[in-house]
Design a binder for this molecule. Sequence first.
Ligand code: ATP
Length: 281
Amino acid sequence: MIHFEGVTKQFGNRVAVDNVSFSIDAPQMVGIIGRSGAGKSTLLRMINRLTPATAGRILFNGRDVLSLKGGEKRRWQRDCAMVFQQFNLVPRLDVVTNVMLGRLNTHGTLKSMFNIFGKGDIDRALSALDRLGIVQEAVKRAEELSGGQQQRVAIARALVQEPQLVLADEPIASLDPMNAQIVMDALREIHERDGKTVICNLHTLDTARAYCDRVIGMRDGVIVFDGAPEALTTDVAREIYGADDSFNEAATSTALDAPRQRAGAVPLSAGAMTPAAAAAV
Ligand SMILES: Nc1ncnc2c1ncn2[C@@H]1O[C@H](COP(=O)(O)OP(=O)(O)OP(=O)(O)O)[C@@H](O)[C@H]1O
């Protein structure tokens, strides 16, 4: 489905991503871990063309997305929705309009220029907000919401893009553990319920273990681990983080109390979280 071949990014003399190759053959939730500067964000940003690659190919269903131009490149960017650490909402716009911005790439140029949304767009946005448990916040300005709520708005915006792939760049790095759990549950649910591949950069080992089917460990731009979370032993973690014997996993923990086991055990309910969890935020 998505195939990376010798993907490389160089910033001046610094090789941020070094000849990376791997494939995702079926919908998976993939966590990318590694210390700061390992190249995780750069890799993700190359997939949706926010950062140009220096070399290599990224084939999605056989087509090299790195060579797309103009309208085709924009359509690809719609097909791989991105969720950012800092949410990237328009603070003064209301929540539902922020979500509808995810529809812009589906419109013609004129409609996009004037932010013209139809009833279908409004319905889609409200339904995505409902799924994320925050439809009651639809008319508030985005800046009035908590960080966890804002990230759920950003995920709703990603959903209305109807993407083939969801990319999340450290989506919980700015959140407290409880909101982190709600956001990770929502991303996992998108994978489970919609069958989407989710690629998620994470700082913390415990989150990757709790939520991902597969973990890729990067160090200095290179993949040094690629496997099931069960294979992510402390020794492997030491290698990924370039740490010595004093390495303590707690240093990479968000103390996330994952509510359930990974892989298959996620309740396929209509909402991404329990009402109690949603109400507590
Ligand atoms: N726009 C840029 N210009 C120059 N160097 C950059 C740029 N973006 C990233 N780098 C460098 O590329 C390397 C990889 O950075 P990247 O942000 O991809 O790492 P990361 O693993 O995502 O780190 P973090 O967890 O801190 O976000 C780093 O050395 C960084 O300084």
